[in-house]
Design a protein around this ligand. Structure first.
Ligand SMILES: [Zn+2]
Length: 285
């Protein structure tokens, strides 16, 4: 089944819901980086919110999310545009859990900062940084939306594993309250959110994204858009060569004269590109 993202309007147009299934995306990330469960949960949640945030933009902008913490995972970087996402974490080998087997994502991230960069292709990208609240990712983004974008927002993100540590389900939703929303609607929604199961559990029970939207808004909702989302890295040998060229002739000559083979591994897809001496000589002006 493909990963899908839905946008819905609900509660008489007073609530906007963005919800998506990212099971394939997170499975793919786990495979290419050989992620351990806590690293996988942290990166998976961030990949999920990035898909949603790219979809929230009116324009086709590029969203970059950086999470910089003092826990063992250290940093996470995720880049998304509508329908496409890629990302990595600094330490893929973190497995922190409590006695009940609950993954301790907040401890693995630690204290630090969350930065969102929105690039509209204009001169200056929009950048906003907030302090991490719990490091659990969902709560940190709810805080980000309230602080940076002044919107009353609820965020749920989840990655579920089987006993062997394989990803079974992943997904998330963001609920935005319109400024003129009556208080009784907010109270009703809060009551539902208090009792709703984690999104990864709902997906695991076989519910699809529209089923989950209907749990969030049982009486009325309208799907505004549906989009397939994928893990995509757009790196290429040419792109890395263009990057090497910016080092300048002196440094490139040093590389040519060194005995070692020159190779570069892409952070976002773990693919390695090897460069011959001739590849490098072609870069000299
Ligand atoms: Zn790549």
């Amino acid at each position: 089944m493909k990963d899908l993202l839905n946008i819905a309007t609900a509660y008489n147009d007073k609530i906007r819901i963005y919800a998506c299934n990212t099971t394939n995306i997170v499975k793919h990330a786990k495979e290419i980086f050989n992620l351990w469960p806590t690293s996988c949960a942290a990166l998976g949640r961030t990949l999920t919110i990035a898909c949603i945030m790219a979809e929230m933009e009116k324009m086709d902008s590029k969203i970059t999310i950086k999470i910089e913490g003092d826990g063992p995972i250290k940093n996470i970087v995720v880049v998304a545009k509508k329908g496409e996402v890629k990302g990595f974490c600094y330490n893929p080998g973190v497995y922190l859990s409590n006695n009940n087997g609950k993954l301790l994502v907040g401890e693995a991230i630690g204290n630090g900062y969350l930065t969102v960069i929105k690039d509209y292709g204009l001169k200056e990208p929009f950048t906003s940084t907030v302090s991490l609240q719990t490091g659990e990712i969902g709560e940190d983004f709810a805080y980000y939306f309230n602080q940076s974008e002044q919107t009353n927002t609820a965020v749920a993100l989840g990655v579920l594993f089987d006993k062997e540590g394989n990803v079974t389900d992943a997904g998330g939703y963001v609920i935005q309250v319109m400024p003129n929303c009556p208080i009784d609607i907010i109270e009703k929604l809060e009551e539902i959110l208090k009792n709703i199961k984690p999104i990864s559990t709902l997906l695991n029970e076989g519910k699809n994204i529209k089923d989950i939207i209907s749990i969030l808004s049982p009486n009325d909702y309208k799907i505004l858009a549906e989009r397939e989302i994928n893990y995509v890295c757009d790196c290429s040998k040419e792109r890395f060569l263009a990057g090497i060229k910016t080092l300048g002739n002196a440094e490139i000559n040093e590389l040519i004269n060194s005995k070692e083979d020159i190779s570069v591994t892409c952070n976002f897809c773990n693919k390695t590109y090897n460069f011959s001496k001739d590849d490098l000589k072609n870069l000299i002006d």
